[in-house]
Design a protein around this ligand. Structure first.
Ligand code: ZN
Length: 241
């Protein structure tokens, strides 16, 4: 069983289509989306149409919550808040109601899935390093937890000597140990690599693969500018910051 795990698409249809084309070439058994389908980018309804038809499991992200009437926008910076208000107005009623129904967590065989953090999914905490990750292992029982939210790919290994941060090239995982894996972001990477990012997890060999996909960044940027969303949201796509 191979699972493709996507997160943080953020209304970037150009990035999502490039990722889905790569997924069609790699033919995983299923696709999971960890949330933040909308917010920042200019194609929220188009991204939701793809996610709704292609993903077996879809979770709620903080931007999905904000754009569908949740209180999350009050904690956003000005750019995210402007984008959330624009997204709320742009979403179809059906898509808004779909977002309102999304769950915060899911369990799939040996995986635990959550957008931000296992400890308190609706606090939208950021797990930015191994110290943030360490206490989180107490809040799920499965061997693997997949997260998104920071837009920064990372692999954390539970270890009696202290949680370790592993290099992303560490593809072959030990089936007897426990991991938290941040799958990175499809539509707004923040690890200084502007290419779209997602993960393929091959369960039979417990192998993890980060896939980076170039996409039409200028196309996504021109839609953001045409929608009169904040310029910074277009500019950052080129640098992956
Ligand atoms: Zn996000």
């Amino acid at each position: 069983m191979t699972t493709a795990i996507l997160s943080d698409i953020h209304g970037n249809l150009e990035a999502l289509e490039a990722v889905l084309a790569e997924i069609d070439r790699r033919r995983p058994d299923r696709i999971i989306c960890l949330g933040d389908i909308v917010g920042y980018g200019a194609s929220p309804n188009e991204c939701l149409a793809q996610v709704r038809s292609r993903c077996e499991t879809v979770l709620l992200g903080n931007h999905d919550a904000a754009a569908s009437g949740g209180p999350e926008a009050a904690r956003f910076n000005i750019y995210a808040r402007v984008a959330a208000e624009w997204t709320m107005k742009t979403l179809t009623r059906d898509n808004r109601e779909y977002l309102q129904r999304l769950p915060l967590t899911a369990t799939h065989d040996s995986f635990f899935l959550v957008h931000a953090s296992p400890a308190c999914p609706r606090d939208w905490e950021y797990l930015l390093d191994r110290f943030d990750a360490e206490p989180q292992f107490h809040y799920f029982t499965e061997s693997m937890c997949f997260i998104g939210h920071t837009h920064q790919p990372a692999i954390y290994l539970a270890d009696p000597g202290g949680t370790k941060s592993l290099p992303l090239s560490e593809g072959a995982l030990d089936p007897n140990r426990r991991y938290i894996v941040n799958v990175g972001s499809v539509g707004q990477p923040r690890d200084h690599d502007p290419r779209a990012c997602f993960v393929l997890y091959h369960e039979s060999s417990t192998t993890l693969e980060y896939v980076r996909v170039p996409y039409d960044i200028e196309g996504a940027q021109s839609k953001i500018r045409a929608a009169q969303l904040p310029e910074v949201l277009a500019a950052r796509l080129a640098t992956g910051e």
